[in-house]
Ligand binder design. Structure first.
Ligand code: 5AD
Ligand code: SF4
Length: 483
């Protein structure tokens, strides 16, 4: 007997791009089975949370959302509630204990099972726990096998953007930074074969995708042997570069130690590669980096940064920082600020240290920086970074940039009345350096490369207008297009 349900699916996704991709793929699989998305949780017979464990706050958010659903099954006996992703892998049975109304807990390595498990939950009202082995529960091969990369083909109409797509090139992480849960929640590092990646990029290009972002927790550690040849990220970029229709290739996130010259040269020599590198430093102080077990010194980071500047003088570099890590002194914090001043990152993602169960830092170090100090350091760092971002953005005023048009700007999406036949609306695009640019234009420009003259800026956004004609007066040369 099939238990009736209204086919409405609500999904909340928190966390990184890897999670966004996972949700897109799960939603795609469920839509194939007739589900349709709703953004009203009250209306849904199927409620999924794709979760993140990187900081405690992200977990709180999900447990609170689950708490709000405690009684919803009374009015919807056929409702299925599922917790997917990192928190599922990390907390396992604990989720059922804290939220007994949850029907399924599905880890990052079992996402292909989601449609079947929803069916089982609804038919038999049976709870399921589908998770991978803990890293110490088997040999490396056994643990790796228990984390299956989820990369089904995508229907074009099911993608969030027709022109941009994420493509996973590896899963897991073997770096074991002492503060981080990812090696536990996403398992051992495993790279996908280049042939599979190229096939996926080709299919996406055939569907109209113009920009592909290759995803990996440490994307530049990518390593696979195919037909007797070793492929690193530089080789992979070359291998997929000639796929027709793709205009831009990006990759995130990079690990500083693996930022080798061959990769920088590939970004320099392959014209489709974005001139943008996200290479988290985490701290500017050697003592802190050592306690984080990042595997490099600040001198190593500077040396790497110098190589980026030499090989890719126009590239934008962004970073992540953790403030208030165990034992971080005021002097150590100042060293992080110095690094930001010196490198002038395009932007930095700044996080207050959040102790995570199961990590080395949680077991062996004391979370000794008070919350108000973490907050103050966070604000100081943000203020400095914003000031640098604003200064660097201001240097673009009066220049021209080439953008890949992404579609309607956020404010236009909020207004919600833009049609392709209406007049110009506010659009958004990105430069090859990943700078966001807003300008007025026809929505039909989405997916194309367009030249914008920059007239104003904020710390996060360039503001300009489309260059419609390029008449050269007298001998004054046109301003060069900047990246
Ligand atoms: N506390 C705070 N920030 C963290 N990150 C990872 N683990 C933690 C933690 N326990 C940050 C790092 C990483 C980013 C994705 O999240 O800066 O690069
Ligand atoms: Fe976490 Fe470090 Fe791996 Fe990044 S490199 S995912 S911070 S363990």
């Amino acid at each position: 007997m099939t238990v009736p349900h209204n086919g409405k699916l609500f999904i909340e996704t928190v966390g990184c791009q890897m999670n966004m991709l996972d949700s897109e793929l799960v939603v795609g699989a469920l839509r194939k089975e007739g589900y349709s998305l709703t953004d009203d949780v009250q209306e849904a017979d199927t409620v999924l949370f794709n979760t993140c464990s990187v900081r405690e706050h992200a977990e709180h958010k999900i447990y609170s959302a689950l708490g709000r659903l405690k009684y919803s099954k009374l009015s919807r006996p056929n409702q299925v509630i599922g917790v997917l992703g990192c928190m599922a892998q990390k907390d396992q049975e604990l989720i059922f204990q804290r939220a007994p109304h949850v029907d399924m807990v599905v880890g990052t390595g079992q996402l292909a099972e989601v449609p079947r498990l929803i069916g089982a939950a609804r038919e038999h009202r049976e709870r399921s726990l589908a998770i991978s082995l803990d890293r110490k529960e088997g040999t490396r091969a056994e643990v790796s096998d228990s984390f299956q990369s989820y990369d089904p083909l995508r229907e074009p109409e099911m993608r969030p953007s027709p022109y941009q797509a994420f493509v996973r090139i590896m899963i897991g992480c073997d770096k074991f930074c002492t503060y981080c849960v990812v090696p536990m929640t996403r398992g051992p590092e495993q790279s996908r074969p280049p042939k599979d990646i190229r096939r996926e990029v080709q299919i996406l290009a055939d569907q109209g995708v113009k920009e592909v972002t290759l995803l990996g927790q440490t994307v530049n550690s990518y390593k696979v042997t195919q037909d007797g040849k070793l492929y690193r990220l530089s080789d992979l970029l070359e291998y997929i570069h000639d796929v027709d229709g793709i205009l831009r290739l990006k990759f995130v996130t990079n690990f500083p130690k693996d930022m080798t010259d061959d990769l920088l040269q590939a970004v320099r020599d392959l014209p489709k590669c974005a001139q943008y590198l996200h290479v988290p430093a985490q701290s500017g102080c050697n003592d802190v980096l050592k306690r984080m077990k990042r595997g490099y010194t600040i001198e190593d980071y500077r040396e790497m940064f110098g190589r980026i500047r030499n090989t890719l003088p126009n590239a934008a570099v962004s970073s992540d920082f953790i403030v208030g890590f165990c034992g971080e002194t005021e002097e150590a914090h100042q060293k992080s600020l110095d690094l930001i001043r010196e490198c002038r990152f395009k932007n930095s993602f700044i996080f207050k240290y959040s102790p995570r169960p199961g990590t080395k830092a949680n077991d062996l170090l004391v979370d000794d920086i008070p919350e108000d100090v973490k907050k103050r350091r966070n604000n100081e760092m943000l203020t400095l970074q914003n000031q640098i971002s604003a200064e660097d953005n201001a240097a673009f005023i009066g220049r021209r940039v080439e953008v890949l048009v992404e579609g309607l700007s956020k404010s236009e999406v909020k207004r919600g009345d833009a049609s392709t036949d209406a007049g110009p609306v506010q659009l958004t695009g990105r430069t090859t350096c990943d700078r966001i640019v807003v300008f007025n234009g026809n929505p039909r420009l989405a997916g194309s490369l367009t030249t914008i003259s920059v007239e104003d800026c904020t710390p996060t956004t360039l503001i300009g207008s489309i260059v419609t004609h390029q008449v050269q007066h007298g001998s004054s040369p046109l301003l060069p297009i900047l990246v």
